[in-house]
Design a protein around this ligand. Sequence first.
Ligand SMILES: Nc1ccn([C@@H]2O[C@H](COP(=O)(O)OP(=O)(O)OP(=O)(O)O)[C@@H](O)[C@H]2O)c(=O)n1
Ligand SMILES: C[C@](O)(CO)[C@H](O)COP(=O)(O)O
Length: 234
Amino acid sequence: MSSSSGIKLAAVVPAAGTGSRMQSEQPKQFIEIQSQPILSHTLAAIQRAPQVQRVFVAVNPTAINLYPRWPEAVETVSGGESRAESVLMGLKEAARQGFSHALVHDAARPCLPLSVLLDVIEQGTLQDQGAIVALPVRDTLKRAQADSLTISSTVSRERLWQAQTPQVFAIKPLIAAINKMGVAHPGLTDEASAMEFAGYQPRLVMGSYKNIKVTFPEDIELVSYYLNEEINHS
Ligand SMILES: Nc1ccn([C@@H]2O[C@H](COP(=O)(O)OP(=O)(O)OP(=O)(O)O)[C@@H](O)[C@H]2O)c(=O)n1
Ligand SMILES: C[C@](O)(CO)[C@H](O)COP(=O)(O)O
């Protein structure tokens, strides 16, 4: 991605969550796997793309000392009360430093394959609708009754995809879309939600089942396996 294309890409990594569903002593992004915090693995995965010129990590100021030493071209911003607010803080700093596009990627997704990363960067920067990594739903989907764990209905999975990250968008339209929808909006759970709200139709880029978001305790064993596989076979 040369400067002649006019595109200047930064990564924004929301890493200011508390990881409540993990039920761990420290926020899940700082849990160590192979002697490295999960966040370190995520930053290393993102920085394999030469197009990413800088990384803005949104962290809770009270947790910043949990991180040993920030890699080169990585800087921190203060996170917010919600993921959307943390992302917005990173986007604003990236815009202030002159970046035109952002690749937003959850700190809790350390097993991002390079091929997926490069695909979403290409798809997200070659047109103005942006792009997200996602996977077609492969299990039958059921909607539960409102007041019991019994099936209310089966939801057609036709054309249903599960969003992952990275999500790649032009920064100024994304900031405007997040502000239009409102960071506190319950439906604003990823960047594409805001862009859709603003009328965009982001592209879907095939993700990977390895690109899981560390959320519950049982995820650690699977992520450890994938990271070990990556390190020993790359
Ligand atoms: N106020 C917040 C909340 C979440 N995140 C980040 O957004 C990503 C995805 O969110 P999630 O998996 O929900 O993380 P947590 O909110 O920490 O987890 P939980 O919902 O279990 O508390 C994580 O990397 C998390 O650190 C953030 O930067 N700021
Ligand atoms: C952004 C995301 O990872 C896409 O699936 C997801 O929406 C994050 O949700 P969370 O509840 O903040 O983990």
